[in-house]
Ligand binder design. Sequence first.
Ligand SMILES: [Zn+2]
Length: 369
Amino acid sequence: MRRYNRIRRRLGIADFVLGLGLLIVLLATGWTARLRDLAYLGAGQIYVLAVFFYVAMLTVINKLLGLGLDYYGFRVEHRFQLSNQRLRSWVRDQVKGWLVGLVIGAILAELVYATIRAAPRFWWLIAWAAFIVLYVFFAQIAPVVLFPLFYKFKPLENEALKERLMRLSERAGTRVKGVYEWKLSEKSRKANAALAGLGATRRIILADTLLEKYTDDEIEAILAHELGHHVHRHIPKGILVHAGITFIGFWAANQILHFAIERLHMFEQLSDFANLPLIMLVSAVLSFLLMPALNAYSRYNERQADRYSYTAIPSVAPFISGMNKLADQNLAERQPSRLVEVLFHSHPPIAKRIQAAETWLRSHAGVHG
Ligand SMILES: [Zn+2]
């Protein structure tokens, strides 16, 4: 279990370093200018098309560079018997993932350079506002457009469970738009549940691997946790946090672009899309620096959702047994070092979540029988 988590962590770090390295090499060697010239050549000097070709080449290079690590990650999941995905299906997922990345990346890049050309002084403010709108849009369509590209979903059929969830959500004073069964078992042996979507697409999704092996009481406890995210409005709050961070990111990108153009003479002008790796570098460094803070915020939300679930279910015992099962099934590190928790974990360690539930149980003994 420790070894699995250590490998996964190192894979994540290696992947990040590789991506960062690519951006730095492109900028330091000037190869980004050659890619831009190539893109212009292919696009017949049409700017919008050239931006697209440039992004396409960048995503291809990035994918090819990271393919070894991706494949190693696939092998690791098998080695620890956490995956039953066939190689062919994995390759299909890689291609789909690359395509989704290309479409989203191209939309974002076109938007950035269109605003740069239209409003060179305030492009970063306009692009920031547009990014937030797009972010909300993607959060909304993700469960109906993006997730189904990789997994099958169907409305939950277990009537008894559905009934329980409706009662749970009524007690919470909220309405969830739907509960879906997520066919995770086709690819993985892990179990998972999540709250996804926004507005009309807001839904709870439950992996079939969870529905199979957990008692109704345990599933209810996990549902109650997801409902806790909903009750505490974690998705809209997350969007606000995201908006604040991207604001800083765009401001910094604008400053650094000007510095690179005026002082370092790396590029002729803002609209030279060979500077895209520099914008991406700013975003990568910013997310890296903010990761511990964002993870801390996420762990805070998770604890809040856990506390909600204790009060929403008749007994905390299934919450504890469900957590134990999840930890075993997903090979989760029950008690990682404090440093690993602070740097990498978006959820509190299972040991702490169970401990918190037990503490709550003791202090509320007699209230919830
Ligand atoms: Zn959660």
